[in-house]
Design a protein around this ligand. Structure first.
Ligand SMILES: Nc1ncnc2c1ncn2[C@@H]1O[C@H](COP(=O)(O)OP(=O)(O)O)[C@@H](O)[C@H]1O
Ligand SMILES: [Mg+2]
Length: 356
């Protein structure tokens, strides 16, 4: 068992509020990704969970036990940092075993654990090397291995892949996910990379300015973002936004254009009339002539992506992206109409930024 409950965690540095009031219930064996831009408080939150930093208010409860006052070593967590933090003068084997030696683990157990983790991470051939004789990816594996031999059922990762090149990052991402499937330990993984969040997480916590704006399955975060911030941060290219108002008759009105949004599932009857309509590029289609529910647009340029393409259009001074088949990208004219799949759109209050 290794569930984690964060209750109203608050943290400031001097007069600067870093964590506003973070609540999270993490279940045993979940892979949780904390996603957000640089500076939003991700590392601070992880350090507070690990006990490397004290929080000003709130509680950290692990398996029903309040650990807020405990030292990092008493919390039963392992942590992997972006910087790897390996001991440069020690071999890989020693880097893996050192923590266990300090803890007084029997020699035989240490040897077994090192052998197990070396096989798991495929670093058996590297055990007698020093960190300086390893590539970035290999060092990262050793750092992960060092966390795993501590046999803690909770692992914390702070942007562990950000020093790796794109290809290695993609490979290690898959390996880490497989490792989680094998070990089923509870993992909390911090990143600013939405692809890592989408691919690895059982649930993603999207953080913005010291607050969790949404905590949900990655697909739900993508399809039904809880706020304008989440909508703009998750997904590439970024969601298209159109500012306008609701006319009370089921239409979204922007400039001279009225778009029927009666198919949209509002969570409750909207009080706000000033809104932002958000549509992902795959939910915009190029249509012939003047179809209902469409806006006229001019093609600015297309980007070929290999499997498909992105068309960038200008419509009433707004830039919109639409995903196109290669065939469409080749033949699309300059002046077109774009229609929106409203059942998959998002509508936000302009004032609060929250999903309606
Ligand atoms: N020890 C500290 N003293 C003062 N400010 C800090 C300290 N640690 C972090 N901060 C500030 O807290 C904010 C959040 O930092 P951090 O949690 O590292 O963000 P992230 O990991 O999301 O990039 C930043 O503005 C950072 O400058
Ligand atoms: Mg950080």
């Amino acid at each position: 068992m290794s569930s984690i409950s964060l209750r109203q965690i608050k943290k400031s540095f001097a007069s600067l509020t870093i964590l506003q009031s973070v609540d999270m219930e993490i279940e045993t064996g979940e892979f949780i990704v904390i996603l957000g831009p640089s500076g939003c408080g991700k590392s601070t939150l992880l350090n507070v969970i690990a006990g490397l930093d004290d929080c000003d208010a709130g509680k950290i409860v692990i398996d029903g036990k309040d650990v807020s006052g405990l030292e990092p070593s008493q919390r039963g967590l392992a942590m992997v940092f972006q910087s790897y933090a390996l001991f440069p003068a020690m071999t890989v084997r020693r880097n893996l075993s050192f923590g266990m030696e300090i803890a007084g683990t029997p020699k035989q157990t240490i040897a077994e654990k090192v052998a197990w983790v070396a096989k798991l991470l495929q670093i058996e051939a590297l055990l007698d090397r020093k960190p300086s004789q390893l590539s970035g990816g290999q060092r990262q594996r050793v750092a992960i291995g060092r966390a795993l031999v501590r046999s803690s059922s909770i692992c914390l990762f702070d942007e562990p892949l950000s020093n790796l090149d794109a290809k290695l990052r993609a490979e290690t991402r898959v390996e880490l996910k497989q490792l989680h499937e094998t070990l089923r330990s509870t993992m909390i993984y911090v990143t600013h990379d939405q692809i890592e969040a989408m691919t690895m997480a059982d649930r993603v916590a999207v953080m913005h300015k010291g607050k969790v704006e949404q905590f949900a399955h990655p697909q739900l975060v993508y399809e039904k973002p809880a706020s304008l911030f989440v909508a703009g941060f998750v997904g590439s290219p970024a969601m298209n936004f159109l500012e306008g108002r609701l006319d009370g008759n089921g239409n979204f009105v922007t400039g001279q254009i009225a778009i029927d949004v009666s198919l949209y599932e509002f969570s409750e009857p909207p009080q706000d009339s000033e809104v932002v309509l958000g549509v992902r590029c795959e939910d915009i289609a190029v249509v012939e002539g003047t179809a209902p529910n469409s806006v006229p647009a001019n093609l600015a340029f297309t980007e070929l992506l290999g499997a498909d393409a992105l068309g960038w259009f200008d419509s009433f001074g707004q830039r919109l992206s639409a995903r196109l088949s290669i065939q469409t990208a080749r033949t699309v004219g300059k002046n077109v109409a774009l229609s929106f799949n409203i059942s998959k759109a998002s509508i936000f209050s302009k004032e609060s930024g929250l999903r309606l």
